[in-house]
Design a protein around this ligand. Structure first.
Ligand code: FES
Length: 108
């Protein structure tokens, strides 16, 4: 619990939308699908671009990088479409009332 930080309110993230937040100095994207919220490293692993400035597809649970179109799964960070080859880190997420808390990375 100690490593979790409140980063946003649930109602700041539209259903099917995303929001960039900061967790311990790292830029993290929050993705909301109904009551579920996923947290993904926001800097593309390919070059310099923020995934939260791209397009989120809540049906496929994928975000598309605005720069070269790589797609990442927001649940496990895996690459779905090149040119990126390295997965994004994912973070633990908790919802307490109307607050969203982010915790440690779940993978490197
Ligand atoms: S910077 Fe994201 S795909 Fe190139």
């Amino acid at each position: 619990m100690a490593d979790f930080e409140t980063v946003a309110r649930v109602d700041e993230i539209p259903d099917g939308g995303m929001k960039q937040v900061v967790y311990k100095g790292e830029l993290v994207g929050l993705y909301r699908v109904g009551d579920d919220i996923y947290a993904l490293g926001d800097l593309c692993t390919h070059e310099e671009a923020y995934l939260t400035e791209g397009d989120f597809d809540p049906d496929d649970l994928e975000v598309e990088c605005p720069l070269h179109g790589s797609r990442f799964n927001v649940v496990d960070g895996s690459v779905r479409i090149l040119p990126a080859t390295k997965p994004e880190p994912t973070y633990s997420v908790k919802v307490e009332g109307d607050l969203v808390l982010v915790g440690p990375r779940r993978q490197p």
